[in-house]
Structure formats: structure tokens, C-alpha cells
Ligand binder design. Structure first.
Ligand code: FES
Ligand SMILES: [Fe+2]
Length: 334
């Protein structure tokens, strides 16, 4: 299954940029193989987004600019408001009405958790609710947003797949000598999955400082949740000191084989800015280990559960295949 095979995936919200990256300077982004443009009518105002193609002669609106709260096409200066309606055609007599068909298809865009989110389909699903990302007793840390040459379901599948940690991350946070997972059960509610599993993680010198843990190995529990089909939340809880490191991973489909991967965390220990940077650094190293592996994997994600081998420790990723299979079959109806 490729993301373009499941139109229901278009009806969810996905991050496209950090809030501070969107300004009155038009900025292009791609989702589901199409190019869009996002811009603010004024500094600090709520953003607008639309297809990045002028309905007149197809030029890229992202090459234009913003004037009087409208986006101006760079080719013949047509102006479009935040709803996508053309409000001015400078070459025509101003008394001549603007044709009603002169409009560019706008898309839903909003801001939350320090990110700009877009929905290019029918925005029928809520924005994902990520409780710790806005809780007062946690601190939110943005770690990375980058394009990977991997498909979005492969990235989320990897996040749900705890048994890879001991191997893919054996040089960072995994312990290849301790690959065994605790027992766990997977709960499913519609398209949401939840499970909790514990395992042994390695603690290197930098992690000792970041986590406030002194031993070389520690037992941690991941309370994992598939919040939406391409949005993961994982609460990593350390047995030794009760610290909660909440990982959020979002996979914005750029096209079938490319994904804008975004990771941010919420920490219960409210670390100092210096430690925050060290924490992010470790997580970026861990993610680069996943990236290297995932970019070499076929982007076509198997939703026929008979086509691969599944064992007892694969129950969460087996269920993820069923979730995406059901989404493909039902079109997202619950
Ligand atoms: S192509 Fe945009 S105004 Fe002509
Ligand atoms: Fe990983």
C-alpha cells in the first residue's frame, strides 16, 4: 500500500513547518505529491494555504509576495485572498468584475504545539490531541523536522516496533545483549492503538546526565499510542527515577516515497536549556539510525497480513497493518 492508495489519509492534519518558519514570505510545501503554498497575511496573523498553482497561467504562487493581506501572483499580479478568491486582475479595467472562477483551491491550515498543520483533504478529523505537549508541568522540546526518503507508514511502523531498539540502536540507547521484551497486549479502539511494554535500555555517559540515572543499563517502559494513522505518541517511563520522556513522531506524506518526519518531546523533569539541547542531540542520533535503515526499505507498505511473518513480539505492528488495511477498505468511516 502506498499513501496515495488511501485517500482517507488526506483527511488528517499533518505538520508542514515550525510556526516561526511561516511568515508573509510565501513558502511552498508538498503533500501527497502536490505542491502547496503557505503564507501569513501579516506578521503574526493566522496562516493561509492553497495549491501552489495560479489558475490563470499556472505559475507558482510561492514565487509571489504578500500585499494588503493577499498573495500576489508573480506572473500577472492577480491577487488572491485567504479563501483563495481572486480579488484583483491588474491588467483589466477595475470596473470589470473578477470572474467567480478565478480562484485557487485553498486548504485548511492551523497552528498548535509550535507547528503549522495542514489538511489537504476534508478536515473531518480533529487535530491530534497530545496532552503533555501543552501541559504546564512538562517542557516541550522540538528536536527535528526533516524530509526522509521513506514512506510515512514505514516510519510510524518503526515507532510502534519496540523490538528493533536493541538492534538498530545498539550503538546509542539499545542493548543488543538484552533484546527481550516484557509481555504486552495491544488495545485497539477504532484507528487508535495502545500498548505498554518494558525492556532494558542502555545508558551511555551523556544519557546518564540527561536522564539523571547512574547505571549503564536501565529498565524502561514505553506506553505507546497510535494517536492517528500517521501520528505516534510514546511515553518512555524510567523505572529508576520515574522520569517521563514523551516522544511525538509525525509523518507528513510528501509523496509515496518521501515523508516530512517531525519529532518533538515533552519532559517531566523540566531540564535546563543546556540539557535540553543534549537530550535533543541524543534523540537526533537515534533517529538518524532509524533513517538510515528506513530509507532502504520498500515504501510499499504491506497491509495484507499474510504477506509477511509475524511473531508474538510483533503484535503491535501486525495490528498497525490491520488499522491501515481497514482505513483503506472503509475510507475512514468508523
Ligand atoms: S499566472 Fe498568475 S496572474 Fe497570470
Ligand atoms: Fe528506532
Amino acid at each position: 500500500m502506498l499513501v496515495s492508495d488511501v485517500p482517507a489519509l488526506r483527511d488528517y492534519w499533518y505538520p508542514i513547518a515550525y510556526e516561526g518558519e511561516v511568515s508573509p514570505e510565501p513558502r511552498s510545501f508538498r503533500m501527497f505529491g502536490e505542491q502547496y503554498v503557505v503564507w501569513r497575511p501579516a506578521e503574526g496573523a493566522a496562516p493561509h494555504a492553497s495549491l501552489d498553482e495560479c489558475p490563470h497561467r499556472s505559475s507558482r504562487l510561492s514565487q509571489g509576495w504578500v500585499a494588503d493581506g493577499c498573495i500576489v501572483c508573480p506572473y500577472h499580479g492577480w491577487r488572491f485572498d485567504g479563501d483563495g478568491a481572486c480579488v484583483e486582475i491588474p491588467a483589466n479595467d477595475p470596473d470589470l468584475p473578477v470572474p467567480s472562477r478565478a480562484r485557487v483551491q485553498s486548504v485548511a491550515v492551523t497552528e498548535r504545539y509550535g507547528l503549522v498543520w495542514a489538511c489537504v483533504g476534508e478536515p473531518s478529523n480533529d487535530l491530534p490531541y497530545l496532552p503533555e505537549a501543552e501541559a504546564e508541568d512538562y517542557v516541550l522540546i522540538h528536536e527535528l523536522m526533516e524530509e526522509w526518503s521513506a514512506s510515512a507508514p514505514r516510519i510510524i511502523d518503526n515507532a510502534l516496533d519496540v523490538s528493533h531498539v536493541a538492534w538498530v540502536h545498539k550503538d546509542s540507547v539499545g542493548s543488543a545483549a538484552n533484546p527481550r521484551l516484557s509481555d504486552f497486549t495491544v488495545e485497539r479502539e477504532g484507528y487508535v492503538l495502545r500498548f505498554s511494554v518494558s525492556y532494558v535500555a542502555a545508558v551511555n555517559e551523556q544519557q546518564k546526565q540527561n536522564l539523571g540515572i547512574t547505571s549503564d543499563l536501565t529498565r524502561r517502559t514505553t506506553h505507546a499510542e497510535l494517536v492517528q494513522p500517521l501520528i505516534f505518541r510514546g511515553v518512555l517511563e524510567y523505572e529508576e527515577n520515574g522520569l517521563r520522556h514523551v516522544l511525538y513522531k509525525t509523518a507528513t506524506p510528501v509523496d509515496d516515497g518521501t515523508t516530512l518526519f517531525c519529532q518533538f518531546i515533552a519532559r517531566s523533569d523540566r531540564p535546563s536549556p543546556e540539557i535540553r539541547e543534549q537530550i535533543a542531540e541524543v534523540d537526533r542520533i537515534v533517529q538518524s539510525e532509524d533513517k538510515r535503515l528506513l530509507e532502504a526499505v520498500n515504501p510499499d507498505f504491506p497491509i495484507d497480513v499474510t504477506s509477511e511473518l509475524h511473531t508474538r513480539s510483533d503484535r503491535m505492528t501486525l495490528e498497525y497493518r490491520r488499522v491501515l488495511g481497514d482505513l483503506a477498505a472503509t475510507g475512514g468511516a468508523s
